[in-house]
Design a protein around this ligand. Structure first.
Ligand code: DSN
Length: 438
């Protein structure tokens, strides 16, 4: 066998092994999901080998009539689901969608409000000195929203005060970015949008995590609450392929289109757009039922962990209104070590900073928390009783200190019954079945 062939075999074998392993794990990463077989089919089409720069009907390339029609259907469904006047489905990720709004609504060195990372902010809204996209790519000066540890949310009164000070200093923000990566409760967009607008700032909501909930009317409705635009990725609570999207008021349509192309994307991953279109159709049909169960499962998981002695944040407010469960694991170790132990037990989670971690001298490698999400396990058909079982497994590793190898086989056994994707039109192929077409 040639040298090249051994590489070839190795790569393909690793892909197959990943699929076999994922059939046996409990996937709890809040930013991930499992797409349906139909979405995977769309991803494998020839669309992925084509170029279609520009807007449907005004492409820079020939060969696009079918691509145009799929993209128009995709935009149409996005507008329906988000009750939006305009949708651009071309940003290739949530990061690119955020870059579009930064380019559109700010100039370099402008001020922007966003959540800090320990309080749930995303790296795209981060400061320059931390390597955040807003600071690095647009040179924005990021001001953190004052945050209430008690409410696990933006502090409305303190934000108003801070905003008034900035106006008085004649250095008001040009953008307020709500939303983020750890969002157990809806953000106070309605309470603050008018004050930001009066100060001359645009209001954007990063719905990467909660887009599915928003689409199904279950979390909050940023465009009705005063946001000018909503950015998102399409693969967290929305169960699509990895991609991005923007929905906005019509008044920004032409500008968003121009900034997206030619400003920030060349080709926009047409197979992913096709996958997003399939997923949006699934959400129109099954989304509400699916998202309701996601939230019920998150609440059930949080409650079950609490009853097993784990310090789940947000207890006074019912732990969560979204897919996310935030747990302080400091009585048992640090997030980095426990994330690894859980992985060895076939339970896939994220270590996560707690809002007060930096002040306590903890950092991202070994934070005080873990973050759990219920989007993927719900898509596999799990409901409240299964959340109790998952809580038992988590307790065995985190609280009881059981060797992960002892838990691993039990987790694999538990997973045997959950091999299909639910809340979709067709589910012939297993969720993690390796599809061999070579
Ligand atoms: N960093 C991802 C998350 O886990 O929230 C989003 O890009």
């Amino acid at each position: 066998m040639s040298y090249a062939h051994t590489y070839y075999d190795q790569v393909l074998r690793l892909l197959e092994e990943h699929h076999s392993w994922f059939r046996e794990v409990i996937p709890l990463i809040a930013s991930e999901n499992i797409p349906s077989p139909a979405v995977r089919e769309a991803l494998a089409t020839d669309f992925g080998n084509r170029y279609a720069e520009g807007w449907p009907g005004e492409r820079v390339y020939a060969g696009c009539p079918y691509i145009d029609r799929v993209e128009m259907l995709c935009s149409e469904m996005a507008k329906k689901l988000f009750r939006a006047e305009f949708a651009d489905v071309r940003p290739i990720s949530g990061v690119v969608a955020n870059l579009v709004v930064y380019s559109l609504f700010t100039e370099p060195h402008d001020r922007m409000f966003a959540l800090s990372i320990p309080c749930g902010g995303h790296i795209t809204t981060g400061k320059r000195e931390l390597g955040g996209t807003a600071g690095i790519a647009r040179r924005l000066r990021v001001e953190y929203f004052p945050y209430s540890y008690e409410d696990l949310n933006i502090d409305v009164e303190e934000t108003r005060k801070r905003l008034r000070d900035m106006v008085r200093e004649k250095d008001p923000p040009k953008l307020a970015m709500f939303g983020g990566s750890v969002l157990p409760f809806p953000h106070p967009v309605r309470e603050l949008a008018e004050a930001f607008h009066e100060a001359g700032a645009k209001v954007v909501y990063d719905a990467a995590h909660v887009a599915g909930l928003i689409a199904c009317g279950l979390f909050q409705d940023p465009l009705r609450e005063g946001a000018d635009a909503v950015t998102m990725s399409t693969h967290k609570t929305l169960p699509g392929p990895q991609h991005g999207m923007i929905v906005a008021r019509q008044t920004y349509a032409e500008q968003v289109k121009k900034v997206t192309f030619p400003g920030l994307v060349s080709n926009h991953h047409l197979h992913a757009v096709a996958g997003v279109a399939v997923m949006l159709a699934e959400m129109l049909e099954f989304g509400r039922e699916y998202m309701k169960q996601v939230v019920r499962n998150a609440k059930a998981l949080a409650q079950a962990l609490w009853e097993r002695g784990l310090k789940v944040l947000g207890e006074k407010k019912g732990f969560t209104e979204s897919h996310v469960v935030w747990v302080d694991i400091t009585p048992y170790g640090d997030g980095g070590t426990l994330e690894k132990k859980l992985e060895n037990a076939n339970i896939i989670t994220n270590r996560n900073l707690l809002p007060w971690d930096i002040k306590m001298g903890r950092h991202y490698q070994n934070p005080g928390g873990i973050r759990l999400g219920t989007s993927e396990v719900t898509r596999l058909g799990m409901r409240e009783p299964e959340m109790e079982e998952i809580a038992d497994f988590l307790k065995q590793v985190i609280v009881d200190g059981k060797p992960p190898e002892k838990v691993r086989s039990k987790v694999a056994e538990f997973r045997k019954q959950y091999q299909k994707v639910h809340y979709c039109f067709h589910s012939l192929t297993g969720a993690y079945q390796y599809v061999r077409i070579r």
